[in-house]
Design a binder for this molecule. Structure first.
Ligand code: NDP
Length: 448
């Protein structure tokens, strides 16, 4: 799809010129601006007030050196990032990603998406994201701790419970959050809700671990039901075997589906009788091993090297929960050919623009990441509320709030798409619904 207005063409050209060699960021901006075009045409004040130009420029980008010492006594240097993208509706909020592929363009794409996602939750949180090119895989606990402490030593100068509240993402789970929170507390001598995804004994929220995967299924369930379908009896393929994938598998199964495949960055497992999630949890959460080990628990399952083949498995519903651009046009066509009727994104931007075109031109139901995976950040915002109140809700209370938020996100997404003449286009609906609240706050502030 191309831009119809000269104005947006120029904004996009400026983004590319100002942020060279950051294709993921360009991809995320283009996708959002294309669907905002009807809103921009209808509201000339947005252009007069430079709202779009402001929106695509982060409020602040922080890059820093992270020195630490490995188990051989050698000094290692990584690069740390925090992009504080937009604080129009609340403190910056968004995860930290530790993965060798991390560079400024990845953090900017994630931070930009986070603005709309956070707005969609209906909670008062702005958009940010951070991380490092550090790879926790294969490192000892001591090495991970040394890295996290060094990372937080710098990051602590830029964050705070009312300023910027990071959380986990790829490569950052309970262990990493614990080390970082401990270091923050030590440096600042304060016990505040500066990170979310904390352990339950020091301010974490029940159901935060499950929230993104469960939330994805609540959103998908609402989308399916609105279109006369359901998880009951459906065959589901889920990529990844990390936090989001594991809890998406758990909830989809509870809702009556059979999950038959999962993956990691080496390959995928196929278990036509349904994934044994206890085995996956043991391998991934306890032993931190490769998904291939699953065959030790279920010898009748198969393992295939390489990730993209997972999309050639026949399924009704596909839930990509690993990483960006994991479904390309070819994989999307395979899903369609095998009769898949719904794709909902647990990972951020897992479908390429060409893959999304394939879903939409073949009438698949498509739940875009910024709506479908917003349950994690929504529950993080609930963790912030509990920290501020010095109070804890029960698992059932948090889960009920999460479910309610996800159903509201689906309804708002559907209604915004219909209002702007694109019924059923939930990708456009999510961008529009998320944008309107942020834009209205930015207008209220004047030129800031
Ligand atoms: P984890 O680190 O827990 O798990 C990531 C999973 O994806 C692992 O199975 C990993 O395999 C696999 N993976 C990572 N990179 C690649 C790659 N390049 N190719 C193939 N597989 C890969 O991360 P999360 O589950 O937290 O995050 C998964 C996705 O969900 C990300 O896109 C993240 O941004 C998004 N997300 C996460 C939220 C959260 O609350 N955690 C909230 C909203 C979105 P391996 O172990 O081999 O690396």
């Amino acid at each position: 799809m191309a831009f119809k207005t000269e104005y947006l063409k120029e904004v996009m050209e400026t983004v590319i010129k100002r942020n060279p060699a950051q294709p993921e960021f360009h991809q995320a901006v283009r996708e959002v601006l294309e669907s905002l075009e009807p809103v921009i045409i209808k509201n000339p004040k947005l252009q007069e007030n430079g709202i779009i130009e402001s929106l695509v420029e982060p409020e602040r980008v922080i890059t820093f050196r992270v020195p630490w010492v490995d188990d051989n006594g050698k000094v290692q240097i990584n690069r740390g990032f925090r992009v504080q993208f937009n604080s129009a509706i609340g403190p910056y909020k968004g995860g930290l990603r530790f993965h060798p592929s991390v560079y400024e363009g990845i953090i900017k794409f994630l931070g930009f998406e986070q603005i709309f996602k956070n707005s969609l939750t209906g909670l008062p949180i702005g958009g940010g994201k951070g991380g490092s090119d550090f790879d926790p895989k294969g490192k000892s606990d001591r090495e991970v701790m040394a890295f996290c402490q060094s990372f937080m030593t710098e990051l602590s100068k830029h964050i705070g419970a009312d300023t910027d509240v990071p959380a986990g993402d790829i490569g950052v789970g309970a262990r990493e959050i614990g080390y970082m929170y401990g270091q923050y507390k030590r440096l600042r001598n304060e016990f505040t809700g500066v990170l979310t995804g904390k352990g339950l004994t020091y301010g974490g929220s029940l159901a935060r671990t499950e929230a993104t995967g469960y939330g994805l299924c609540y959103f998908t369930d609402a989308m399916l039901k609105d279109n006369g379908k359901s998880f009951e009896g459906a065959t589901v393929v889920i990529s990844g075997s990390g936090n989001v994938a594991i809890y998406a598998t758990e909830k989809a199964t509870q809702l009556g589906a059979k999950v038959v495949a999962m993956s990691d960055s080496n390959g995928y497992i196929y278990d036509p009788e349904g994934i044994d999630l206890a085995a996956v949890k043991q391998i991934k959460e306890v032993e931190r091993k490769r998904i291939k080990e699953y065959l030790n628990y279920r010898p009748n399952a198969t393992y295939t090297e390489g990730c993209s083949g997972i999309w050639s498995i026949k399924c009704d519903i596909a839930l990509p929960c690993a990483t960006q651009n994991e479904i390309n046009e070819e994989s999307a066509k395979k899903l369609v050919a095998n009769g898949c009727y719904a794709v909902a994104e647990g990972a951020n931007m897992p479908s390429t623009p060409e893959a999304i075109d394939v879903y939409q031109s073949n009438g698949l139901l498509f739940g875009p990441a910024k709506a479908a995976n917003a349950g994690g950040v929504a529950t993080s915002a609930l963790e912030m509320s509990q920290n501020s109140m010095r109070y804890s809700w029960t698992f059932e209370e948090v889960d009920a709030k999460l479910k309610n938020i996800m159903v509201n996100i689906f309804n708002n997404t559907r209604d915004a798409a219909a209002e702007y003449g694109m019924p059923g286009n939930y990708a456009a609906g999510a961008n529009i619904a998320g944008f309107l609240k942020v834009a209205s706050s930015m207008m209220a502030y004047g030129v800031v």
